[in-house]
Design a protein around this ligand. Structure first.
Ligand code: PLP
Length: 383
């Protein structure tokens, strides 16, 4: 089936008892067993291990990513943590892209290291650096592209080639483009992580995550980490996300078209010094972004003349845009990464990764683009 059909129908069948077209919210901690000998015969026992509503979402995201199976989590971070718990032990080494979601950086820096895992943050867009970073005890390479917040593009197929040769896992965070625009398994990745909080839900309604794999054995390992650590998604979140995903393709198309228009407009604005959007021919990773994904996404960053103070004034002056810390939803959001999403990343690391103090990040939503541009224009006129 095509993506638009799958995003509506995959994983979901009318309720066999009532015919309800939407998967019911199975709000139950436990599932009654027919007999001791038939334990788990219907697939469920205690909700930390699984739930029919959550399962429907897992089947849907596995289908959309083209993976073998998926597990769903209470947050995107819980998804990343489950992968790390499942695959790592003390003495192992991991390579993590130097520009990643701030929480991923923080977990690796403060917890993996605490448990005796060696961590290297490496520029994943530099293939020689990735190759050179692999050691005999390396277990996985973790990438994110476009990366949060600079949108740096990593060549997923080339990194996968390096990891395959070295016999280590390539884990990638596909939150920014979703399977509608980017298909990591087709580019050789082993594990795909999502914060479903963002585009998959798309409505600023839920916090959730998912891990998709193309190997059933790996799925079992990760599901075991999830049940052991209690990282599971709730049935209510799964239900809301199931509804959100139905319009993923249309939201991604509209939001990325809006982002392209806004980025182009910003590039021509006299008070804007630099604009970053993978869809702009001026963007360093533009050609690679075109080659490995079907769309450029809806995240944009820019820097205004007048530095940090002017940037803050701009963010305090918008009316239609919301000054907030989420991304991916239909509502347009403006963020200051240095004080908000990436505050956990130390200043030296931020400077190295290109996350400057004056960086303004936009999550472009689905409003009329003229209204979004008019609001940015009035805010820019105030600095
Ligand atoms: C938000 C985000 C996460 C973390 O997800 P939560 O649902 O907030 O825990 C991970 N990766 C990326 C790229 C994100 O944007």
């Amino acid at each position: 089936m095509g993506f638009r059909t799958d995003q509506i129908h995959a994983g979901v069948t009318p309720d066999p008892v009532t015919g309800a077209i939407l998967t019911p919210i199975h709000q139950s901690t436990t599932f009654v067993q027919d007999s001791v000998d038939e334990y788990m015969s219907k697939g469920y026992s205690y909700a930390r291990g699984g739930n029919p509503t959550v399962r429907a979402f897992e089947k849907k995201i596995a289908t959309l990513e083209g993976g073998a199976d998926a597990t769903a989590y209470g947050s995107g971070m819980a998804a990343t943590v489950a992968v790390m718990l499942a695959l790592l032990e003390a003495g192992d080494h991991v390579v993590i892209a130097d520009v990643v979601y701030g929480g991923t950086y923080r977990f690796a820096d403060q917890f993996l290291r605490k448990f005796g895992v060696e961590v290297d943050f490496v520029d994943a867009s530099d293939l020689d650096a990735v190759r050179a970073s692999i050691r005999p005890n390396t277990r996985l390479v973790f990438t994110e592209t476009p990366a949060n917040p600079t949108l740096k593009i990593t060549d997923l197929a080339a990194v996968s080639e390096i990891t395959r040769e070295a016999g280590v896992y390539h884990v990638t965070d596909n939150t920014f483009l979703t399977p509608y625009f980017q298909r990591p398994f087709e580019l050789g990745c082993d594990i795909v992580v999502h914060s479903t909080t963002k585009y998959l839900d798309g409505h600023n309604a839920t916090l959730g995550g998912a891990v998709v794999v193309n190997d059933p054995e790996l799925h079992e390992k990760i599901a075991f980490a999830r049940i052991s650590a209690g990282l599971v998604m709730s049935p209510m979140v799964a239900w809301l996300t199931l509804q959100g995903v139905k319009t993923l393709s249309e939201r991604m198309e509209r939001q990325s078209a809006n982002a392209m228009e806004i980025a182009t407009w910003l590039e021509g604005h006299p008070k804007v010094e630099r604009v970053g959007y993978p869809g702009l021919p001026s963007f360093p990773g533009h050609e690679l972004a075109r080659k490995q994904a079907r769309g450029f996404g809806a995240m944009v960053w820019f820097e205004v003349t007048g530095g940090v103070e002017a940037g803050k004034k701009l963010m305090d002056s918008v009316r239609l845009w919301s000054l907030a810390e989420n991304l991916g939803a239909v509502e347009s959001i403006i963020t200051h990464p240095v004080t908000m999403t990436h505050a956990a990343v130390p200043p030296e690391e931020r400077a190295r990764a290109g996350i400057t103090d004056g960086l303004v990040r936009l999550s472009v939503g689905m409003e009329d683009v003229e209204d979004l541009i008019a609001d940015l224009d009035q805010a820019l006129s105030q600095i």
